[in-house]
Write a protein that binds this ligand. Sequence first.
Ligand code: OAD
Length: 259
Amino acid sequence: MSTVAERVAEILVTARYPIVLTGAGMSAESGVPTFRDAMTGLWTRFDPHELATPEAFRRQPEVVFGWYVTRLRQVVAIDPHPGYQALVHLERLFGTLPIVTQNVDGLHRRAGSTDVTELHGSLLSFRCAAGHHAFPVEEVLVLAQVGGDGRLDPPVCASCGDLVRPNVVWFGEMLPEAAMTRAALLTEHCDVLLLVGTSSVVYPAAALPIRAQALGARVVEVNPAPTPFTRLANVAWQARAGDALPELAKQIVSMKAST
Ligand code: OAD
């Protein structure tokens, strides 16, 4: 009787075009809070509509900007866990392993993955609100946070005088067109989709595995808890990303060595 890791490894080893779709659970073991996990989720402590919307930024820019700079400082100080390294290893083994992520923490690229599509933007990138003029993240990192609650007045864009904001997708905003186009293309072409660490409740990202499966791809879900997609998955691997992905890479390496 083969283990789940062996079954998933067999699916990936025989895949022509595997892709990966990740969510906040992929970063949980690196210490980045997820959004909805009951006790640890970011939003159990904050109301996302108080912070992650253009209206919130207009109403209280120093609170919203300070919150994102706090998250940015957390993210740049942590290391991608072995599950990230496992995906880099698989990319090198397969020659390619496109990753579509909902995460804005930049950890896939930091780990060494070279084909990463960030559906919801990036904490590591800043621009002015209207003109979309880029603002160096290095300059954001040296801004001094004021006040005990981390409030921070956003800088003003030198080109147009507008306030600088993080390049992340806020509620009510469109996803970056280029990222959505690339994600749709990858979904259309893949024959295996590895779905890691997402609650599969936010669209359009949650539609991608459904679309892939409708086009004949097999979807493997890696998540310690059930999601709305679990019953649809070809394989539902109830495990944490930091445990499952290194085990998967180990199984694939040993399978390739024995062929
Ligand atoms: P959620 O917080 O909604 O879901 C996190 C998922 O990760 C849950 O299903 C957990 O069970 C799972 N999980 C927790 N620990 C894990 C681990 N160690 N390994 C694997 N899985 C684990 O986060 P997302 O699904 O990413 O969008 O949320 C999607 C989007 O909702 C976010 O990108 C954000 C939010 O609106 C924007 O901000 C635009």
